[in-house]
Design a protein around this ligand. Structure first.
Ligand code: ADP
Ligand code: ZN
Ligand code: ZN
Length: 660
């Protein structure tokens, strides 16, 4: 009597056995409908066995095996198993996450893509590569099996051209290519570029904005070998591709490759595993690689490929600091920056003022008694949004109306403190009344449609000055943009998170790269009180390597990643006491098995200690050895799963955490 071992999308780290009388070995990787806890559930068959440890009398029969689509192949199952092991997450839930929702529910998309004819891809308007690009392309083409490349090149250096040519090689050899990008917002532009280049190729896009049916049929296009190129955000790393021959991860340093809930995986790291598993090359591209990747490239584990110059003739933007200890600021703006903006306005060129803080002001305060607008659910301030006259928590979404008077002392004269994009917008429209100003942040671009409309306005020249948050930093080409002003960046210099400098550098490099993309030279002005800070000096010199090398030295001295490996156990409960006591117990239970290679820190409240009425704490685990950490975590998670929680306590483990 054959037994199917089924992975179910339930929070239990085990497989479930069911009787399947007509099961065949080919059913491994197929979906099955099985009875579970009184209901029918769809699971995935991972094994067909002859016997079970269960009492045969209690063994239930599967209701059906779904043979209406090809089985998920062994390498796909192995990829899910790797994620379950590495991220200490139940395998059934990994599979549940990796499968498109429609397929997970046991359904199939109504319409399926027709098979495309073979060999009908036409390459349209390829660029003639420059010598540096040729060298990179040749190195990638010469890869024999698994090899990780770091393609390091400034914005506009022609990395994408190298990706496209490498993909071309792969398609010509009958393979499939997977290209990962960090942002859903970036995919339409790239999609257009890829589809134009590879005329007649079947390009599948995979990101959270794709509707259920399309996502499922894209998945089947991959699985059944019809897709030539898959272009997508992090979840596309789980696309089954039987002839996958190349993976590209663009902007590999981007934090959005790491999922911050559920399965807390890094798509970049999973992609590297996948390339290794399949014995194929992977290209990680960036102007500001993550220090982890840069370190691997320096130490020879990865192969470094460099594009030191912009592909077209124009020079890199001139980066200058404006010393705000000497230059008086008026409403947050220096005379130098204002003059530069006025100058661009006169010449009919575009400017961008980068301020990574949305809203009007970060807080509303009472100067008489010291009251400040505070979220009652979080340990955070309510941000003043004058555009729609609300106070809003950026962490939990709580909204309140703006009080007429101080709730504590009745003072009528409440003051906004600090500056956000809305306030900058009103200041600039006072100072430069003829300028057409466009604010681009998550409030003004709250839907993809609004975002596309804003982009269209910028492209058609309908705006002179853009005010933008990090939304504006990425990937967009604005030919008439020649000036980038950076304001309010200093705060990030002194953030407690050891990754803050790395993020700031990447962000400013990226936003600076927006200027001077076409035939007009670009300029970047950074307002700062610390013009001598190494970050700003490295930016002015366009010297990523100097910055990264100095950062790596600091990390080495402090024993931070990439010189150590970390995991965080986080807990949240109604009271901080409960969260901390859970972590203390988890720590106590771990001490025996931790050994000398794994260091357990003390449980501490998280920086944002209260979120949505829950008190949050964390426990850091660290080791200089990845295998030692993995071995420890694998044992520890079993212990954790056995601990009593109760009182609404929830916990999770984050392996390779990015946020602290
Ligand atoms: P990156 O991905 O590094 O930002 P891109 O590949 O997008 O750079 O190239 C930047 C710009 O330069 C694009 O407009 C691209 O068409 C152009 N470009 C890239 N390589 C070449 C080349 N070899 N010859 C001419 N133009 C090129
Ligand atoms: Zn008051
Ligand atoms: Zn809140």
């Amino acid at each position: 009597m054959p037994i199917a071992r089924v992975a179910l999308d339930v929070p239990l780290a085990m497989l479930f056995d069911y009787r399947v009388d007509d099961a065949v070995p080919d059913d491994i990787g197929r979906r099955a409908i099985v009875p579970f806890a009184g209901a029918a559930k769809v699971g995935l068959i991972l094994d067909i066995a002859a016997a079970t440890d269960l009492d045969p009398g209690k063994l239930k029969a599967a209701e059906a095996v779904l043979r209406d689509m090809p089985a998920l192949p062994a390498d796909w199952l192995a990829l899910c198993e790797f994620c379950a092991r590495y991220y200490q997450y139940p395998l059934g839930q990994v599979i549940g996450f990796a499968l498109p929702p429609l397929l997970r529910r046991g359904k199939l998309p109504k319409r399926r893509t027709a098979r495309r004819g073979d060999g009908d891809i036409e390459i349209r308007e390829p660029k003639t590569l420059n010598a540096d690009q040729e060298a990179c392309l040749a190195a990638i083409a010469a890869a024999d099996g698994f090899q990780v490349f770091l393609l390091h090149g400034v914005t506009g250096s022609g990395k994408t051209e190298v990706y496209l040519r490498s993909i071309e090689n792969v398609l010509a050899a009958g393979g499939q290519a997977l290209m990962l990008v960090p942002e859903i917002a970036l995919t339409p532009q790239l999609e257009a570029r890829v589809s134009e280049r590879f005329h007649g190729a079947h390009v599948v896009s995979a990101h959270s904005g794709v509707a259920d049916a399309a996502r499922a049929s894209g998945f089947l296009d991959g699985l059944e070998g019809r897709a030539d190129i898959v272009l997508g955000t992090r979840l596309s790393v789980f696309m089954p591709l039987p002839r996958l021959k190349l993976i590209v991860a663009d902007e590999e340093h981007d934090a959005s490759f790491k999922q911050q809930d559920g399965l807390r995986y890094s798509a970049r790291d999973v992609a590297v595993f996948r390339a290794k598993q399949l014995g194929i090359p992977i290209v990680l591209g960036s102007a500001t690689p993550s220090l982890e990747t840069f370190h691997h490239a320096k130490s020879g584990r990865y192969r470094m490929l460099e594009l030191p110059n912009r592909a077209t003739a124009q020079a890199l933007p001139k980066v200058r600091t404006v010393d705000t200890r000497k230059e008086k600021l008026q409403d947050g703006l220096s005379a130098i920056l204002l003059a530069a903006l006025a100058d661009r306005l006169e010449r009919g060129e575009q400017s961008l003022v980068f301020l990574n803080r949305r809203g009007y002001a970060p807080v509303l305060a009472c100067p008489a008694c010291g009251w400040i607008s505070h979220c009652r659910r979080c340990s955070a301030n309510l941000v003043l949004h004058l555009a729609d006259k609300r106070l809003r928590c950026h962490h939990c979404g709580l909204e309140a109306s703006i009080p007429r008077a101080c709730p504590d002392c009745g003072n009528l004269d409440l003051h906004p403190f600090g500056r956000g994009t809305q306030r900058l917008e009103s200041t600039l429209s006072e100072r430069l009344p003829t300028a057409r100003i466009l604010r681009i942040d998550r409030d003004s671009a709250s839907t993809p449609k609004k975002w596309q409309a804003l982009l269209a306005t910028i492209h058609t020249g309908g705006a002179d000055i853009l005010i933008g948050t990090q939304m504006m930093a990425k990937g967009h080409d604005f030919p008439r943009l020649t000036l980038v002003g950076v304001v309010g960046a200093d705060a990030a210099l002194f953030a407690a998170d050891f990754r803050a400098p790395e993020r700031l550098f990447a962000q400013l490099m990226q936003v600076g790269g927006r200027s001077g993309r076409a035939d007009l030279p670009g300029e970047v002005l950074i307002q700062t009180e610390y013009p001598e800070h190494p970050i700003y000096r490295a930016l002015a010199g366009h010297d990523y390597a100097a910055f990264a090398t100095a950062q790596l030295e600091e990390r080495h001295a402090a024993g931070f990643p990439p010189f150590s490996f970390q995991a965080l156990l986080r807990a949240e409960a109604k009271t901080m006491e409960r969260s901390l006591s859970f972590l203390a117990e988890a720590r106590e239970k771990a001490e025996a098995s931790a050994g000398e290679h794994v260091l357990l820190y003390d449980p501490v409240p998280m920086r944002l200690s209260r979120l949505m009425n829950l008190e949050r704490a964390q426990l850091l685990v660290e080791s200089a050895s990845r295998p030692a950490l993995q071995e420890f975590l694998t044992a520890w998670i079993e212990v954790l799963r056995g601990l009593k929680t109760g009182h609404g306590l929830r916990w999770h483990l984050d392996v390779d955490p990015l946020e602290f």
